[in-house]
Each structure stands twice: as structure tokens, then as C-alpha cells.
Design a protein around this ligand. Structure first.
Ligand code: UDP
Ligand code: MG
Length: 154
């Protein structure tokens, strides 16, 4: 099963959207195998957003992501990297499709409520920044696992 790193960003936590966003992930059938609330340190924020270092928005991005707690998650599912990006919507909320998390909950491209890895490599890199291997709970079955077992294999 594929895995991705998802984070409810500080604006989402401050606005009380944790439950709402997690509900969407659960309803999709994805399996949350790691979850923690933390306030990113400068060091963690700089590692996470290393690819954006030097861009004009980088200092504000670091301020934003360290400004309060985030809810960090490792999420499993079929083609979950692409699926989560689809559920999140475009970086700029007004370009995102209605029904996506960013279109429905966010107003600006700076504070766009949710993060999700954009590739297999960034998923692994970002999971390693936020989680130790022993913090992931992969040895349990969600209801969706039983559903998959009852389906013809592709
Ligand atoms: N960002 C910003 N200004 C920009 C572009 C991005 O503040 O012009 C922030 C925004 O929070 C975004 C994050 O930097 O989510 C990472 O940018 P990226 O282009 O990787 O977008 P994402 O992958 O989050 O959709
Ligand atoms: Mg990105």
C-alpha cells in the first residue's frame, strides 16, 4: 500500500478544523498509520521546506509553519499520494476545485490549511522528518482492509 505524509497546518489547527479534515481522510477509506500534534521547530520547518529555500515566500512560510501546532499524519491507501493531493486541491485556494479542502477551508495560498507530499520520494523524506519508524502503527486492520480482502484483486 502507498503512503504519504499529510499535515494540518497551523491555520487549520487554530480554526478547529482538525476533526473535519480527518473525517474526510477517513471517509475516503484511507488508513492513518501515524499521527501526532506538534509545533514544528525552526530546524524541522527548514528540513521540511528545504526545496523552497531562497524563494521570496520562504521566510513567511517558515514563520507560518512554526507559528503553532500542526497535526502530522502518515496516511496509507491505493495511489494515496495523488489521491490526497486531489482531495487537498491546488496550492492557491481560489484555483482549487470546490469540494477540495483548500477550496472549502482556505482563503490564501500562504495559509492553505493542509500539506500533502507531492511524490513518492518526498513522502518518504517527509515521513522520516516527522516520525520514527516505531511511531508508525502498520500492524492493524482498518475496516477498509477487510473490504479490500473481500474484493476481487485487480
Ligand atoms: N507558498 C506560499 N507562497 C507561494 C507558494 C507557496 O506561501 O507563492 C506556501 C504555501 O503554504 C504552500 C507551501 O508554501 O502550501 C509549499 O508550496 P508548494 O508550491 O510546494 O505547494 P503545495 O505543494 O503545498 O501545494
Ligand atoms: Mg509542495
Amino acid at each position: 500500500m502507498d503512503r504519504t505524509f499529510v499535515a494540518i497546518k497551523p491555520d487549520g489547527v487554530k480554526r478547529g478544523l482538525i476533526g473535519n479534515i480527518i473525517r474526510r481522510i477517513e471517509h475516503k477509506g484511507y488508513k492513518i498509520v501515524g499521527m501526532k500534534m506538534l509545533q514544528p521547530t525552526l530546524e524541522i520547518a527548514e528540513k521540511h521546506y528545504a526545496e523552497h529555500k531562497g524563494k521570496p515566500f520562504y521566510p513567511e512560510l517558515i514563520n507560518y509553519i512554526t507559528s503553532g501546532p500542526i497535526v502530522a499524519m502518515v496516511v496509507e491507501g491505493k495511489n494515496v499520494i495523488e489521491g490526497m493531493r486531489h482531495m487537498m486541491g491546488s496550492t492557491v485556494p481560489n484555483d482549487a476545485q470546490v469540494g477540495t479542502i483548500r477550496a472549502d477551508f482556505a482563503q490564501t495560498k500562504e495559509c492553505n490549511t493542509i500539506h500533502g507530499s507531492d511524490s513518492c520520494e518526498s513522502a518518504q523524506r517527509e515521513i522520516d522528518i516527522y516520525f520514527k519508524p516505531e511511531e508508525l502503527c502498520r500492524d492493524w486492520k482498518s475496516m477498509m482492509d477487510y473490504v479490500w480482502e473481500s474484493m476481487p484483486s485487480e
